[in-house]
Each structure stands twice: as structure tokens, then as C-alpha cells.
Ligand binder design. Structure first.
Ligand SMILES: Nc1ncnc2c1ncn2[C@@H]1O[C@H](COP(=O)(O)OP(=O)(O)OP(=O)(O)O)[C@@H](O)[C@H]1O
Ligand SMILES: [Mg+2]
Length: 276
């Protein structure tokens, strides 16, 4: 008993003092037995998956396996699809995101989303980024708002390219710039988690590389879940990879292991291009 206490103290010391000690990865979001039906068709089957804090989790698997469906469960975007019925439990910092009293608008500020096709609003670059902070009342005055917009554009690696034309339409930017604008828009409300559904599939290799670098930087401050069809991208940007197949989570593990020595033959077949 005494020894246990001493050991506990030792661990606590290890984890509170000493700058070299890495924080233990905490679970940011947890999915338990998540199933989704669209009408009578079941698209996801009892998915259990932990999303770890300040890591990039990649969701991979062949087309139609349920990656986007699962991603949309994480900020209740499936609520907008009339035929979709979600069951099971999903928590954010331990709190049930499907609990009846929950404010979905607030949830989506905490769990933001970036889509496959860049979708800036038909507004100026400034107003695209200012939109969220305005509706959530995050800025006390104009200079506050200015600071949030500039800060978000900087974090999205776009500020230098657009600082002289903040009043011009966001839709006038290149595809890669538009996607970084959408990332700036997501960041502007200080989310904790950012969901990205194939964020680079409409981008050329240079714009893709820029967004991948950005994802790598963003993981210092945000938890990121990214759906990708590119094995190279999953290997480059993620720390954990989850493989889906026909609505089932096949396996999840450290990305390095998933790409070098997966446990499941379906993962092996998929990453070596045998199907999908
Ligand atoms: N809005 C919807 N209504 C009905 N069925 C849907 C809807 N969205 C997805 N599905 C079905 O659910 C299953 C999973 O689809 P989902 O879009 O999640 O797959 P995915 O893994 O993201 O595929 P992809 O890689 O092609 O984007 C598929 O069979 C799909 O046809
Ligand atoms: Mg999809």
C-alpha cells in the first residue's frame, strides 16, 4: 500500500515537473457503439473509437465504407440529413454530445468542420472569417474582431497572401487559398476539434503540401480528424489511423504500425492497393 502511494507520487512528480516529460495523450472524443442508419440501410455498425487530444487521426477505407458518415457524427452534421438515425454514444471531454439539452450551434463551434470542396461564403475574405466570431459574439468591438480575423488568417498560413485584399470576395481566391480560408474560418471560433473530409482532394500537389504543413502545425493546438483517400497523406499527417470497411471499424492504431504491420488483412489489402 505504502509502496503504491510512493509510486503514485513518483508518477505525479514525473508528470508535473520536468520540461522533458511529454503529456500523456488524453481522449478528446470517444465513440461507443456508434451505428448509423439512412432509412432502412445501415451505414455504420457499432463503431468504438477514441480520438486523442492534439493528435491527427486519419480515417481511411474504400469508398462508401462510412468515413464521412462517422465524421459527421462527431459534430452532429447528420442531424441535417432527415433519413439519418444515429445510435450509440459520443462524448467530447466526457460530455455526451447527443444529450437532449445540448446546444448544437455551440457544439459545432467546439467541433468545427472543413469540407472536401472549398466553400467560402459569397462574402469578402474578412467577412468569411469574421462570420463565426460575429454570430457567437466573440468580439467585444471592431479591433477585437480585426485581431481574431488577422490571427486566424495567420494561423491558416494565408495572411501574407491576402492582407492587401481583405475586402475582396473569398471566392476570388485560388482553390488552395480558398481551402486555407475555410480553415481560417473554422479556426476563428477557437474550436477544440477540427474535422476535415478529404480537404485536399480538390487541390493541386503544391496547395496540398501547404495544407498538409498547416495540419501539422495546427495539431499543436487542435485535435484533428481527417478523412483521406491518399495513403501517403494519411502517413504524412496523422499519428493514428483508423481503417473502415463496409461500415465497420476494422482496426485503429499508430499510423506507423498501420502502414508497416497492420493486424487485419483488409487493412493490408487496402494500403497495398488491392482494393478500394
Ligand atoms: N445522405 C445519405 N443518404 C443515404 N445514404 C447515404 C447518405 N450518405 C451516405 N450514405 C450511404 O452510407 C454509406 C457510407 O457512405 P459515406 O459517405 O459515409 O462513405 P465514405 O466512406 O465517406 O465514402 P467516400 O470515400 O466515397 O466519400 C454508403 O453506402 C452511402 O451510400
Ligand atoms: Mg466521404
Amino acid at each position: 500500500m505504502q509502496r503504491d502511494t510512493a509510486m503514485m507520487e513518483h508518477f505525479q512528480t514525473m508528470h508535473t515537473k520536468g520540461p522533458a516529460v511529454q503529456p500523456i495523450s488524453a481522449t478528446k472524443m470517444q465513440a461507443e457503439k456508434v451505428s448509423v442508419h439512412y432509412g432502412t440501410k445501415q451505414a455504420l455498425f457499432d463503431v468504438d473509437l477514441d480520438i486523442l487530444d492534439r493528435e491527427v487521426t486519419a480515417l481511411i477505407g474504400p469508398s462508401g465504407c462510412g468515413k464521412s458518415t462517422f465524421l459527421r457524427c462527431l459534430n452532429r452534421m447528420n442531424d441535417a440529413i432527415a433519413s439519418a438515425k444515429v445510435s450509440g454514444k459520443i462524448t467530447l471531454d466526457g460530455g455526451d454530445i447527443y444529450s437532449p439539452g445540448l446546444d448544437v450551434v455551440e457544439l459545432r463551434a467546439r467541433v468545427g468542420m472543413v469540407f472536401q470542396k472549398p466553400n467560402p461564403f459569397p462574402k469578402s475574405i474578412f467577412d468569411n472569417v469574421a462570420y463565426g466570431p460575429r454570430i457567437h459574439g466573440l468580439a467585444r468591438n471592431k479591433s477585437d474582431l480585426q485581431e481574431i480575423v488577422v490571427g486566424s488568417l495567420r494561423k491558416a498560413g494565408l495572411y501574407e497572401e491576402v492582407k492587401d485584399r481583405l475586402d475582396e470576395p473569398g471566392t476570388g481566391l485560388s482553390g488552395g487559398q480558398q481551402q486555407r480560408l475555410c480553415i481560417a474560418r473554422a479556426i476563428a471560433v477557437s474550436p477544440e476539434v477540427i474535422l476535415m473530409d478529404e480537404p485536399c482532394s480538390a487541390l493541386d500537389p503544391i496547395a496540398t503540401a501547404r495544407v498538409e504543413e498547416l495540419i501539422d502545425e495546427l495539431k499543436q493546438n487542435y485535435t484533428i480528424v481527417i478523412v483521406t483517400h491518399s495513403m501517403q497523406q494519411a502517413a504524412r499527417v496523422s499519428q493514428r489511423t483508423a481503417m473502415f470497411h463496409l461500415g465497420y471499424l476494422v482496426e485503429v492504431g499508430p499510423t506507423e504500425k498501420m502502414f508497416s504491420n497492420p493486424d487485419d488483412k483488409r487493412t493490408q489489402d487496402y494500403i497495398t492497393g488491392r482494393f478500394g
